[in-house]
Design a protein around this ligand. Sequence first.
Ligand code: ZN
Length: 233
Amino acid sequence: MKEKFVTNRNVKLWEKLSEKFTIEIKVISVKEYMIFIKNNHAIIYYNPINICEASFTHELLHLNLDYHDFYLCSAIKRNMASDPLFLTMFNTSMTEHLCNFIEHKMMFSDYKKLGYVADLFVMDYFEKKINQKDVDSLIKNYKINNKINVRVAHLFVGKLGSLFGDVNTKNDYNELYSIFKNLDSDLYSAVANLFVESLKHDYEKADYIYNYRDIAANFHKRLINWKNNNQFT
Ligand SMILES: [Zn+2]
């Protein structure tokens, strides 16, 4: 199966990852490729109707972050676990959603360096990552009697993460960012800086002094400040 997906473009990456992981390649009946990683075993699922080396390499690049012990998602989950408010807002699927987008931003330049076409990086490359209905709902429901609606704050973070995680630079979200900032500039900055710090982070050279745990801890600190400065409903 490997022959279909590994060519001289990605063979070096494949070989590097194969030193640490056994990589299984399996068919899946859904459209999108995906990867499942447990310890030193990875399974990449592919769509047999769409054999796509670029999509396969996208999954390899997720694995490359594990190769370099970049476990931001687990660290954020651990930090959120002790607080009921954060557990609601940053439940498992939200944390995975956010970190998936952060990883995409981190991976995208490597993906392009390997010579793949940008629009094959994700299936929804050309789509806008938010619709007007969500924007209207955020504006209308974010605060009730000056208290933040936790359920809507959850939507706020999810949507903002999708915008920050969009690798298609032709999608211009500046006006939308102003709306988010007007609604809650502290929560906006908490999420924005999570992306900024992750993208600045040289994960290939991370050590015990500064690594993904610090990025997660900084995010947690900003959220605690935000929580202490607001009331919720
Ligand atoms: Zn991905």
